[in-house]
Design a protein around this ligand. Structure first.
Ligand code: HAM
Length: 419
């Protein structure tokens, strides 16, 4: 019989590596909650037009990476390639901006881009992201960047770099793009590159070829065209980041892959990840909400690539759990009925318990206990049960202590457990 394989280029997580994935995802979510962001759970598919208009027609994402299909009602639907457009749609549709501003939400889930798969680049990947909508204030910009930075540090990462830039306001962009177009028209480019930059000349800074980089070495930079207001915001953001001891470098060539960005934009890059070094990124988007039919409200947010943060943690050899975080493993002697009853009673008290099933002998049972990574183990025989006193083994020190059945929960609920 033929067996099935997952579609090409998707990322999948199963035990034991899924434990690490979960720790990374939950650590990043916890960092966003500490900054007051609340969960927003949205559909993974939306009206195609939302992304076409929100993400931008010149982007690779919209031009060639969307999973678009017609649903049974003949509507054009697209699997979400990113989270910001959907959040804006929800804010507008449900009038979330009528309450206190900024609206601060986080999301976590799968995103889809039909890219050429390679290490760290998948067609289904995972992000935790945040959006703060309705307040243009550099303190919000810095809170967003600081939250991402704190999240990465909480994952244990040290070797990443924060790059920031300002993409200016709409008027700046018009002035600058005219200059850039005129510069590009004076250099020799192949047809393919020329047609790409005609749609959005900024994309040429994305080109990694040394000859193109050389040709662009004297090109004007957007940063030199900023309005007084954008310049002031950019410098305040830098001052505040320094006050928070968050290291950064200014990347004048940064081009975000999505078109909605204005003013502050940032990326976290990890040098040990090769070509797919972007572990997270984001920025401010002034015109997006109005462009999608909502109020003239500015917003800012980030998207963290969980797949890549995990790869970065592995590249830095950060110690992460490779097993479920069990408090106790029970090895029953006999059929296991009493062990199951004890396990359930402990579970209801908050203890994480696993046990062996089937007719494993004591040796096999202890092997399973070892492999489980549980902090304590317990061999449960009839005698022990009759006496109500059981031998609790500390799997780290190897010490065995006799404890009463009613004292197990307290003993094994370790204060040092990482939740
Ligand atoms: P983005 O830079 O397109 O931004 O994606 C954010 C992160 O998602 C990237 O830095 C990367 O780590 C991860 N990522 C993107 N594509 C892939 C892929 N094919 N495979 C694996 N990981 C990937 C956004 O999506 C914006 N919505 C972020 C944002 C929120 N800006 C403002 N608010």
């Amino acid at each position: 019989m033929t067996t099935f394989q997952a579609p090409k280029g998707v990322s999948e997580y199963f035990p034991t590596r899924s434990n690490r994935f979960e720790v990374i995802r939950e650590t990043i979510i916890e960092a966003t909650k500490r900054s007051g962001y609340q969960l927003i759970e949205l559909p993974v598919f939306e009206d195609t037009e939302l992304f076409a208009r929100g993400v931008g027609a010149s982007t690779d994402v919209v031009r060639k990476e969307m999973y678009t299909f017609e649903d049974r009602g003949g509507r054009s639907i697209t699997l979400r390639p990113e989270g910001t457009a959907g959040v804006m749609r929800a804010v507008i549709e449900h009038h979330l901006d009528r309450g206190q501003l900024p609206v601060k939400v986080y999301y976590s889930g799968a995103f889809f881009r039909a890219e050429r798969p390679q290490a760290g680049r998948y067609r289904q990947f995972y992000q935790v992201g945040i959006e703060a909508i309705g307040m243009k204030d550099v303190r919000v910009d810095v809170e967003v960047i600081a939250t991402a930075d704190r999240a990465l540090k909480a994952c244990g990462l040290r070797n990443y770099q924060l790059e920031i830039t300002s993409l200016g306001d709409a008027a700046t962009r018009v002035r600058y793009l005219a200059e850039l177009r005129s510069y590009i028209s004076g250099i020799e480019l192949d047809d393919d590159t020329r047609s790409r930059v005609e749609l959005n000349p900024l994309r040429i800074f994305d080109d990694k070829r040394p000859e193109i980089r050389e040709l662009m070495s004297n090109a004007p930079f957007l940063l030199d065209y900023l309005s007084e207001e954008s310049k002031e915001d950019f410098s305040q953001v830098q001052n505040l980041l320094s006050a928070l001891n968050i290291e950064f470098v200014i990347n004048k060539r940064m081009v975000r892959g999505l078109d909605y960005y204005t003013d502050i934009a940032f990326e976290f890059v990890h040098p040990q990840l090769g070509a797919q070094s972007g572990i997270g990124g984001g920025g401010r988007y002034d015109g997006l909400m109005a462009q999608l039919g909502g109020a003239e409200l500015s917003g800012i947010g980030f998207g963290m690539g969980i797949d890549r943060v995990l790869l970065a943690c592995e590249a830095e050899e950060i110690e992460m759990p490779d097993h479920p975080q069990l408090d106790l493993f029970i090895v029953p002697l006999g059929n296991g009925d009493q062990a199951l009853i004890l396990a359930e009673s402990l579970r209801s008290k908050g203890v994480r318990v696993a046990m062996t099933y089937g007719d494993k002998n004591l040796k096999g049972g202890m092997k399973s206990a070892d492999k489980s990574g549980a902090r304590f183990s317990l061999v449960l025989g009839d005698d022990e049960l009759a006496q109500g006193i059981v031998p609790l083994k500390d799997m780290v020190s190897g010490e065995v202590e006799s404890v009463t059945l009613s004292a197990i929960a307290k003993k094994v609920l370790a204060p040092d457990r990482v939740h």
